[in-house]
Write a protein that binds this ligand. Structure first.
Ligand code: SF4
Ligand code: SF4
Length: 341
């Protein structure tokens, strides 16, 4: 059955999963405290079809896609989760859309020009992500980027009906707030080119760094570094944390209200950036040259960093130094003795 055309004040979203682990959808399901579908409904967003969340399957699902492609059903937003597989040999046959006889890449190429907005959900759809790692045997691409290079599956010049390029909600997986907030802003007509950064990421979150608000910031300031994931110290010097370079506000608005990668003892792997999937060494080790981390804070000259690090280390309070190497507070902050009344 084909869904009837909705009233014009709804914002019709079609969500496809290309080469995806499904993690972006899993993250989206935890949006707010109301869940994804209720959050969407609050902003007038109507989910035309989603491969995991919709009842329609088989011919019914294909009819929805076909109606969007022919213009019978208004398509406000095409969301694609997962990278687009162009292989083998440009045929796209590594991922066929089941029952349609056509590769996913062809469906995306048909549907994208019909949409007012095209959204890449997650770093795979944005830049290629995990499926593009290594020698990329499936020729996995993002919608508009292949790693750092413009020119993904839709090409560099692609613009959706609104005139915007692909909106890249980068992250592996993206924070649920980034997804809902971006879709809501698009539905409300609140997104123009200046709201996106140079890689098409919404600046609402990409203008921050994942380092901002990290609970380990006091250890960072004194370069009191963790040696093991269970340590409370900063993860940058030894354990590979790239949050000082990673766009994202994940430590300001924590995941599901209370957690983040670094809260959990996992270094930030800069999952919001192209090519994060192919670091120069192991994810949880800091690459160094002459003892200095290769990945320094984005806007700090190397000489300053080295000088400040040396100064900070020489001034590290014993409390901070001790707690950095423990999994709980060993030395509490000194407190002035209470005066007797
Ligand atoms: S662990 Fe990472 S995010 Fe936290 S303070 Fe250190 S560098 Fe910043
Ligand atoms: S902390 Fe880093 S790895 Fe974790 S979600 Fe944020 S940007 Fe991605």
């Amino acid at each position: 059955m084909v869904a009837p055309s909705p009233p014009p004040d709804t914002y019709n979203v079609l969500w496809l999963q290309a080469a995806s682990c499904g993690g972006c959808t899993m993250a989206a399901l935890a949006a707010d405290d109301t869940g994804l579908l209720r959050s969407m409904a609050r902003f007038g967003i109507r989910l035309l079809w989603h491969p995991s969340l919709s009842e329609e399957s088989g011919a019914e699902a294909l009819a929805v896609l076909e109606d969007c492609a022919t213009g019978k059903l208004r398509l406000d937003c095409l969301c694609v989760e997962g990278s687009v597989l162009l292989g083998p040999n440009g045929s796209g046959r590594f991922q066929m859309l089941s029952g349609s006889g056509a590769p996913m890449k062809d469906w995306i190429a048909r549907l994208a020009p019909k949409a007012r907005h095209v959204v890449a959900v997650g770093s795979c759809a944005a830049f290629g992500g995990m499926p593009a790692a290594g020698h990329n045997p499936t020729d996995a691409r993002g919608l508009q980027y292949s790693g750092w290079d413009p020119g993904g599956a839709l090409g560099k010049a692609f613009r959706a009906g609104s005139g915007l390029p692909v909106v890249n909600i980068a992250g592996c997986a993206p924070h649920p707030g980034w997804m809902i907030e971006t879709l809501a802003a698009l539905a409300l007509g609140d997104v123009s080119a200046e709201h996106l950064d140079a890689l098409g990421r919404p600046r609402a979150y990409a203008d921050h760094l994942a380092h901002h608000g990290c609970g380990r910031n006091e250890f960072y300031e004194f370069k009191a570094s963790a040696a093991r994931p269970s340590d409370r110290g900063c993860l940058m010097e030894n354990l590979g944390c790239r949050a000082t370079q990673a766009p994202g506000d994940c430590n300001i608005r924590r995941w599901n209200g209370y957690g983040s990668c670094t809260d959990g003892g996992y270094a930030c792997i800069n999952c919001t950036s192209p090519a994060f999937e192919t670091p120069s060494g192991p994810f949880q080790e800091t690459a160094k040259v002459a003892g200095i981390p290769v990945g320094l804070p984005v806007d700090m000259p190397k000489a300053w960093f080295v000088a400040l690090a040396a100064l900070s280390k020489s001034a590290t309070p014993q409390r901070v130094r001790t707690n950095a190497h423990a999994d709980h507070v060993i030395v509490p902050p000194a407190r002035k003795p209470l005066k007797s009344p």
